[in-house]
Design a protein around this ligand. Structure first.
Ligand SMILES: [Zn+2]
Ligand SMILES: [Zn+2]
Length: 199
């Protein structure tokens, strides 16, 4: 990380998906726009040395910070990713199950209407599409479910993949001993706090 070019902290993505697809779990920063995601990968992530990629998770109350950076073979477009997200069951499962390594892939996440998906697509209410009323008022017909409208998300993964083997879960007390997490907090919280204290 001893690179003289300025690092841009990038948080313009929706969130993170955690999935088991292969032998490792996959960490997937999610984007609205596939082209934007592919561009960020091409310009920035592509140049990262796999063995240098670090992911840090810092839990603060009900949220956690996702922080990711690496050494780059390119001097332009140095960007590290971070995002403050609410803890979720997927996150907790990743924390328990990652076993020290993960695949990194980008993904897009899009809301699909009933017309765009097959009968076995799962609604946000956890029931299948064909459990929902047909037609305009597509409420869920499963007993005691109060879902009024079929809605589902579809996750699409981009093909490019990297392997991350440096993953740490930190408390806020521990970040001062971690260069990447400290840098992220310094730039994105502490400096901003100081600036506003001065005013
Ligand atoms: Zn539903
Ligand atoms: Zn339902």
């Amino acid at each position: 990380m001893s690179n003289n070019s300025p690092i841009e902290w990038f948080d313009d993505f929706i969130g993170i998906a955690y999935r088991y697809f292969e032998i490792r779990m996959t960490v997937t920063p999610l984007f609205d726009d596939r082209k934007e995601a592919a561009k960020l990968w091409r310009e920035t992530i592509h140049w990262w040395n796999d063995h240098s990629i670090k992911i840090r998770f810092v839990e603060i109350d009900d949220n956690y910070w996702f922080i990711m950076g690496a050494e780059s073979r390119e001097t332009k477009n140095i960007r590290f990713l971070f995002k403050v997200l609410p803890k979720s069951s997927y996150y907790e499962r990743f924390k328990k199950g990652h076993d020290g390594s993960a695949y990194l892939r980008f993904g897009t996440y899009s809301r699909k209407s009933k017309k765009e998906v097959k009968d076995d697509a799962i609604c946000d209410c956890k029931h299948r599409k064909d459990d929902h009323e047909e037609g305009e008022y597509d409420e869920c017909l499963v007993k005691d479910c109060d879902c009024k409208k079929f809605e589902t998300f579809q996750l699409n993964l981009l093909k490019k993949k990297k392997t991350v083997t440096d993953i740490k879960f930190l408390t806020e007390d521990q970040i001062k001993d971690d260069v990447l997490a400290w840098n992220c907090f310094s730039v994105n919280i502490y400096n901003k706090k100081q600036e506003s204290d001065v005013e």
